[in-house]
Design a protein around this ligand. Structure first.
Ligand code: ATP
Length: 263
């Protein structure tokens, strides 16, 4: 962390006794965690356990079943829509509908919560867009159409749009899917440095558990029971990763912080 050791970090997202899912089924319950400004947190767990459902619930695109989600001490459901758009940005995995837009146009859309009804950009809007382009190193690509980009480049554009939105919290659903190992590491390291440098809270879902262990400040492990939460090193000490997957195919090696294939 780039913060001074004794600097008190403000809690931005607090989740207590949360249950998520659909009218037809509870997908996960007993979810408890909190994240502060400047922290990077991963949500991990086996396929179908509810990672994306949790992210969508945090992003207010799907209602919680019960429990509490607080954004800067205020319940999520008590925020007016426009105020919430200035607090949370959400990047989902669905392909974007408007790939015909240029990179610059798509990133500028991130400023919508702040622009007037004509959507015209102020000086501040332009500064935020420029900063986002620079942080994601998209200068060379900014006038290209989105359909001309690779998955990895598009992933960076979507993160830039969320950054341009300049929210306290950025939620990303699987930001490293479709990427090779090198680009997965690059994106996660970039997210970490953005969180630390800009004091934003960044929460993402991932299957890259080993990378998350190495790079995240905190993790939530969805496991259908008590969903352990904490710093990766503490979760390793508690043996939380051993129970994440059924033991017939992989086992966790606490000494290396990695999974081993059962032969
Ligand atoms: N609209 C829906 N109605 C009912 N159940 C749903 C709906 N959408 C998803 N589900 C179920 O919710 C569960 C959790 O899905 P979710 O996509 O959140 O899991 P995930 O952990 O993100 O999975 P993956 O790792 O495969 O992406 C799954 O069992 C899924 O079938």
């Amino acid at each position: 962390m780039s913060f001074k050791k004794d600097e008190k970090l403000r809690l931005t997202l607090e989740v207590a006794d949360l249950a998520i899912g659909y009218k037809s089924a509870v997908i996960a319950k007993n979810i408890n965690f909190n994240v502060s400004e400047g922290e990077l947190m991963a949500i991990v767990g086996i396929n179908g356990i509810g990672k994306s459902t949790l992210l969508r619930t945090l992003g207010n695109v799907q209602p919680k079943l019960s429990g509490s989600i607080k954004i800067e001490q205020r319940e999520l459901e008590n925020y007016p829509a426009l105020k919430l758009a200035a607090k949370i940005s959400l990047v989902l995995t669905e392909p974007i509908a408007s790939k015909n837009m240029s990179v610059l146009e798509l990133i500028a859309l991130g400023r919508q919560p702040y622009t007037n009804w004509l959507g015209s950009l102020s000086k501040e809007d332009r500064t935020k867009i420029k900063e986002a382009i620079s942080m994601l190193q998209l200068e060379e690509l900014q006038h290209r159409k989105c359909f001309e980009l690779s998955d990895g480049q598009l992933q960076r554009v979507m993160i830039a749009r969320a950054l341009a939105q300049d929210t306290t919290i950025i939620l990303l659903d699987e930001p490293t899917t479709h990427l090779d190992l090198y680009h997965k590491v690059k994106i996660l390291k970039l997210l970490k440095s953005i969180a630390h440098r800009t004091k934003k809270t960044i929460v993402f879902t991932s299957h890259e558990i080993e990378m998350a262990i190495q790079l995240c400040d905190k993790m939530v492990l969805l496991d259908r029971k008590n969903n352990p939460f904490g710093q990766p090193c503490h979760l390793i000490e508690q043996g939380a990763f051993e129970a994440l997957f059924p033991g017939d195919a992989v086992s966790f090696d606490a000494s290396t912080g990695s999974f081993r294939i059962q032969k």
